[in-house]
Ligand binder design. Structure first.
Ligand SMILES: *[C@@H]1O[C@H](CO)[C@@H](O)[C@H](O)[C@H]1NC(C)=O
Ligand SMILES: *[C@@H]1O[C@H](CO)[C@@H](O)[C@H](O)[C@H]1NC(C)=O
Ligand SMILES: *[C@@H]1O[C@H](CO)[C@@H](O)[C@H](O)[C@H]1NC(C)=O
Ligand SMILES: *[C@@H]1O[C@H](CO)[C@@H](O)[C@H](O)[C@H]1NC(C)=O
Ligand SMILES: *[C@@H]1O[C@H](CO)[C@@H](O)[C@H](O)[C@H]1NC(C)=O
Ligand SMILES: *[C@@H]1O[C@H](CO)[C@@H](O)[C@H](O)[C@H]1NC(C)=O
Ligand SMILES: *[C@@H]1O[C@H](CO)[C@@H](O)[C@H](O)[C@H]1NC(C)=O
Ligand SMILES: *[C@@H]1O[C@H](CO)[C@@H](O)[C@H](O)[C@H]1NC(C)=O
Ligand SMILES: *[C@@H]1O[C@H](CO)[C@@H](O)[C@H](O)[C@H]1NC(C)=O
Length: 694
């Protein structure tokens, strides 16, 4: 508000005339008291000179310094607004009676919009909760001074005014419907355009639930599932379903959301509600969280890995701890065999098996069946009652490095079963696996325990027990042979016994004998007298060796040391008969002599006989008239007279045979005599050469 020079002057004058009266600025005000106005409104300017009696003044109204109303007695002026009438308004008072005293009011600036405004309706929420209400608010953009009218419409009915001319710009409603409002002010009343309609719904008391039709604790990628919206107590209503989700998917407007193959993109929260009509719906359900996991792999376990003969094993397959799955079981007899289905849709997690093999399982559920991954395989062995026995061929307790040995596995009661063999042995580098026997060129590293088991070639996991252990002991030292003789001197006509032995002492040896040279061919049994294993008699002097050998091919010990056998000539007596007749007849006189060859030695003589006559201790035994009682064997030996401990050996035996007196035989030839012819008489005794006289 600016003070004009004139006003200042007036005040000054008034101060003089009125003395101490309160001279104030003239005031132009507007009814309604707003500055933002609209074409079509009616306003009233009121001019107040704030000095003296209002009736003392004449009033003039200016619009943008142009006179609109010339001086009148009326202090107010009503105007119907148009957009062009924006601008500054001022009133000027002229005091009657006094000298040309005028007073100017403040300038009042009006801005007038050409367009009628539109009310705006808002609400704190769009849906009336059960038992609650919604607050609607009406406003006119950028201006004040309004009162409000409220309207509600329900379907198939006309719009009704529910409140009018309220000073408050809000109402609280608890009924559904289409609401709108408008503002009003001034006199005559100016209405804003009606607001847009506002749709207020009402929540039904039925509760909605999002559920999973399958009622499973966990959902896996690839499964077919159905998410359902269920409305409690809503069975007789035809609902429309609405869904909200944090996933990237858009569920259909059905109660069922069929997902043919779950995946991570379905992960999220889901809400639903049912709508009965435009105005009535349930509240949103609680959130249902869908979490899709990776396709699971079941865990397979077994109470034992080896089925005892005649027994069984219990296998268990587990996807989760809930009974949601059925189990499918598979078996292969071996890694090369075909897969057999052994159980389909088994509701129990556990099965009992009696066969060996490679087993695995998977879980399945739903329709069509959704399968988990295959479990890891588990290998179950079955013990068969066949017995494996391991043996050594040859089975000597001590083997020497370089010998050829076969370790053999034999399986009893095998029938026509074909077996594969598994070995446990000290040196893994030798022998092919799976063979029934291992051929060894023995060396120290082969020493140790051997055992074997059989695996059925058709039913690969049908296996025998391990055999008992057999221990192979291989010595790295070559065995030694030693030779000995019972006599180093070979008596004439006699034999010496040679003995060969091998150390360390082990069985299985044959002995090889050599004479003259080690490298010569071994002696044959025709050349020696075999006494027993490792003992022979030899009757020839010479250097002898022996060695042992065994196995095939033969493994030889080292040669023994040499042993030399010398032949000595020793005196051997002989019993002789004198005269030396082939037949002796009883009654004849004979002499038995003990003859000791060799140098002149004085002997004492001893006799032995099987007859009943003991000859005297002399070199001759003269019998004047032999009889059959002298029949028998006679032996003699000599003892040195000078060294009684030295004696000859016994003579060979001499058999004395005594015959009865012989009968001569007379023969005549020719036997038919003619007179004058000579005749030959022949007298014969047995053994004609024996010196008979006739
Ligand atoms: C009111 O406005 C008019 C023209 O717009 C101007 O001439 C006059 O000085 C103003 N008066 C005051 C008190 O501001
Ligand atoms: C008009 O409104 C203003 C502020 O809006 C206020 O200061 C003034 O007193 C009001 N005048 C009347 C006559 O109500
Ligand atoms: C103002 O003047 C009128 C008549 O002109 C009179 O009726 C009224 O009483 C006066 N008021 C005052 C306060 O003087
Ligand atoms: C208000 O309503 C009138 C008709 O009554 C219309 O011509 C005008 O465009 C409306 N104003 C607005 C801002 O919508
Ligand atoms: C769903 O499963 C839970 C537990 O697994 C069980 O308590 C409930 O009864 C099941 N509901 C239906 C409808 O099968
Ligand atoms: C969902 O699947 C079920 C059975 O598979 C079928 O009956 C139903 O119509 C399907 N719903 C929709 C919305 O496709
Ligand atoms: C499995 O073996 C056990 C003894 O170990 C026996 O009690 C059980 O009956 C067997 N089960 C089957 C199915 O053969
Ligand atoms: C057996 O082993 C010995 C050494 O231990 C070796 O000299 C010989 O050649 C081998 N024989 C065979 C047939 O492998
Ligand atoms: C008697 O025999 C021994 C050995 O048997 C021999 O050494 C010794 O020379 C012999 N005596 C005589 C007198 O021949």
């Amino acid at each position: 508000m600016g003070l004009t020079v004139l006003s200042v002057l007036s005040l000054f004058l008034l101060n003089i005339t009125l003395c101490c009266g309160e001279a104030q600025d003239a005031e132009l005000s507007l009814k309604p008291n707003v500055s933002h106005l609209f074409a079509g409104e009616s306003v009233t300017f009121i001019c107040d000179m704030r000095e003296g009696n209002a009736t003392d003044w004449l009033y003039k109204f200016n619009w943008n310094d142009q006179e609109m109303v010339h001086f009148t007695k009326s202090s107010s002026y009503s105007l119907y607004l148009t957009a062009e009438l924006s601008g500054n308004y001022q009133c000027i008072g002229h005091r009657n009676g006094l000298t040309d005293f005028t007073k100017r009011s403040n300038n009042l600036t009006l801005s007038i919009s050409a367009l009628r405004p539109t009310a705006t309706i808002t609400a704190d929420k769009t849906t009336i909760p059960v038992g609650g209400s919604v607050t609607l608010t009406c406003s006119v953009q950028g201006s004040a001074g309004w009162t409000f009218d409220w309207f509600r419409q329900i379907p198939d009915s006309r719009e009704v005014v529910i409140d009018t001319n309220t000073l408050q710009n809000f109402v609280s409603v608890s009924d559904e419907g289409i609401y709108r409002c408008r503002g009003r002010r001034g006199n005559p009343v100016f209405f804003t355009n009606l607001s847009k309609v506002y749709h207020i719904q009402k929540t039904l008391s039925n509760r909605a639930f999002v559920t999973l039709q399958q009622n499973w604790t966990q959902i896996f990628s690839g499964e077919m599932i159905t998410i359902k919206c269920e409305i409690q107590g809503g069975e007789n209503t035809e609902w429309q379903y609405e869904w909200r989700t944090t996933s990237s998917k858009t569920p259909p407007t059905h109660s069922e959301y069929n997902i043919s193959s779950a995946s991570f993109s379905y992960n999220g929260q889901y809400w639903c509600k049912g709508r009965r009509d435009l105005f009535f719906s349930t509240a949103w359900s609680d959130a249902f969280t869908l979490k899709v996991s990776n396709k699971p792999r079941p865990t397979i376990t077994a109470d034992r890995r080896t089925i005892p003969a005649g027994g069984n094993a219990t296998l268990s397959c587990s996807v989760g701890s809930y009974n949601e799955w059925k189990y499918f079981w598979f078996r292969r007899a071996s890694v090369f065999s075909e897969i057999q289905v052994i159980r389909n849709e088994e509701p129990d997690q556990m099965i009992t098996v009696t066969q060996g093999g490679i087993y695995y399982c998977k879980g399945g559920r739903g329709n069509p069946v959704f399968f988990t991954e295959d479990s890891d395989p588990i290998t179950i062995e079955k013990r068969v009652s066949n017995k494996a026995v391991v043996s050594l061929e040859p089975s000597w307790p001590l083997i020497f490095s370089g010998e050829k040995i076969t370790v053999r596995c034999q399986i009893s009661l095998g029938g026509s079963t074909e077996w594969e063999y598994e070995w446990s042995k000290p040196d893994s580098s030798t022998g092919l696996p799976n063979d029934a026997s291992i051929n060894l060129n023995a060396s120290v590293i082969n020493s140790g325990s051997y055992r074997c088991m059989g695996k059925n070639k058709q039913e690969f996991y049908s296996v025998t027990e391990w055999s008992d252990v057999i221990t192979l002991t291989v010595s790295g030292n070559r065995p030694k042979s030693s030779i000995s003789a019972d006599n180093r001197v070979l008596p004439e006509g006699d034999t010496v016994t040679l003995t060969c032995s091998v150390t360390p002492s082990t069985p299985g040896w044959s002995y090889y004998w050599y004479r003259g040279k080690k490298t010569s061919e071994p002696l044959t049994m025709a050349e020696v007298v075999l006494h027993s294993d490792g003992q022979i008699g030899v009757s020839q002097e010479g250097d002898y060796w022996c060695r042992g050998g065994r196995g095939n091919p033969v493994y030889y010990t080292d040669y023994s040391d040499v042993i030399s056998i010398k032949q000595t000539v020793r005196n051997r007596p002989a019993v002789t008969l004198h005269p030396n007749w082939p037949e002796v007849y009883s009654g004849e006189t004979i002499t038995l002599k003990c003859e000791i060859p060799g140098e002149d030695t004085e002997w004492d003589y001893e006799w032995a006989t099987s007859s009943s006559h003991q000859p005297p201790n002399q070199n001759e035994y003269k019998i004047n008239s032999v009889s059959t009682s002298h029949r028998g064997h006679y032996w003699c030996k000599g003892r040195m007279r000078s060294a009684q401990q030295n004696s000859t050996m016994w003579s060979a035996s001499f058999q004395l045979k005594i015959d009865y007196e012989p009968r001569p035989v007379l023969t005549v030839s020719p036997s038919w005599l003619s007179p004058g012819a000579s005749v030959t008489l022949n007298c014969e005794v047995e053994h004609p050469s024996a010196g008979w006289s006739f």
